[in-house]
Design a protein around this ligand. Structure first.
Ligand SMILES: [Zn+2]
Length: 259
């Protein structure tokens, strides 16, 4: 199983394993990510999916060509294999196609009644951390806060957060994490699951820096415990030139809750 995470709308897409994938989010139409044997093998054929549904394939025809028999699309993917340019080009084509067909397609009918459950304080904490270290803008944080208030308009903490600037609200959220009791395991799973996705393809040393910073925002009562403590210690290996150990320690943290 390969997991893709849309950072724009906080949705996961689980796909069965295959060598080459390119995933487009049906909700925001953005390029979610790709996986390929680039560097070790051919990057085509590559399965192109919209969420979990197969749209078509990039085939090694005239360089690279996006082909969908089902939706009658055949479009040359420019840019070649360098930096996966042909993937980006194919993603653009799919986005154009989606924009053109967005009224009629079933993918969009589900748009407002997504399967995602309502956001809770656990999500708010995670989004505050991601915003705090610059991995995310404030959109998901605000969305989570609105949903918490919608579920309980009397919630005093959430009401107070709502009337602050995002920066202050996020700092205030870190204080709430410190003061309030919440399910540490549920929080850990949520946080590590999302970080694992941001980790993919990121620059190791700047990512380790962000994790060190993020660790500093965690509640004191469990920041020394596994897997949270790895976020603090991973970057140390880099100062000794041990990139492999830094990578392994971060990966251990992110996959701590995996079965
Ligand atoms: Zn999305």
């Amino acid at each position: 199983m390969t997991k893709f995470y849309c950072k724009t709308c906080d949705r996961f897409y689980n796909l069965k394993s295959g060598p080459n994938y390119l995933v487009i989010c049906p909700f925001c139409m953005e390029y979610v990510g790709s996986e390929s044997d680039y560097g070790f093998g051919p990057i085509a054929p590559c399965t192109v999916t919209i969420g979990k549904e197969e749209f078509g394939k990039i085939l090694p025809v005239d360089g690279y060509t996006l082909v969908s028999e089902k939706y009658r699309v055949r479009e040359w993917a420019r840019g070649g294999y360098k930096d996966l340019e042909c993937y980006k080009s194919a993603a653009e084509t799919v986005k154009e196609w989606l924009t053109e067909h967005n009224q009629e397609h079933e993918w969009f009918k589900e748009r407002n009644e997504s399967s995602r459950s309502r956001y809770t304080y656990i999500d708010l904490y995670v989004f505050a951390l991601l915003y705090g270290v610059g991995l995310q803008d404030d959109e998901l944080y605000k969305e989570a806060l609105d949903e918490i208030l919608m579920a309980d308009p009397e919630d005093e903490d959430a009401t107070e957060l709502k009337y602050q600037t995002t920066k202050n609200a996020v700092m205030h959220t870190f204080r709430l994490m410190e003061e309030r009791d919440f399910d540490k395991a549920e929080f850990g799973k949520r946080l590590m699951g999302v970080l694992a996705e941001y980790f993919k393809g990121s620059d190791l040393s700047s990512f380790a820096d962000s994790m060190y910073k993020l660790w500093g925002f965690l509640p004191y009562r469990f920041s020394e415990e596994k897997p949270f403590c790895y976020l603090f210690s991973a970057g140390d290996h880099l100062s000794y030139g041990n990139r492999g150990e830094c990578y392994d320690e971060l990966a251990t943290a992110f996959h701590y809750y995996d079965e």
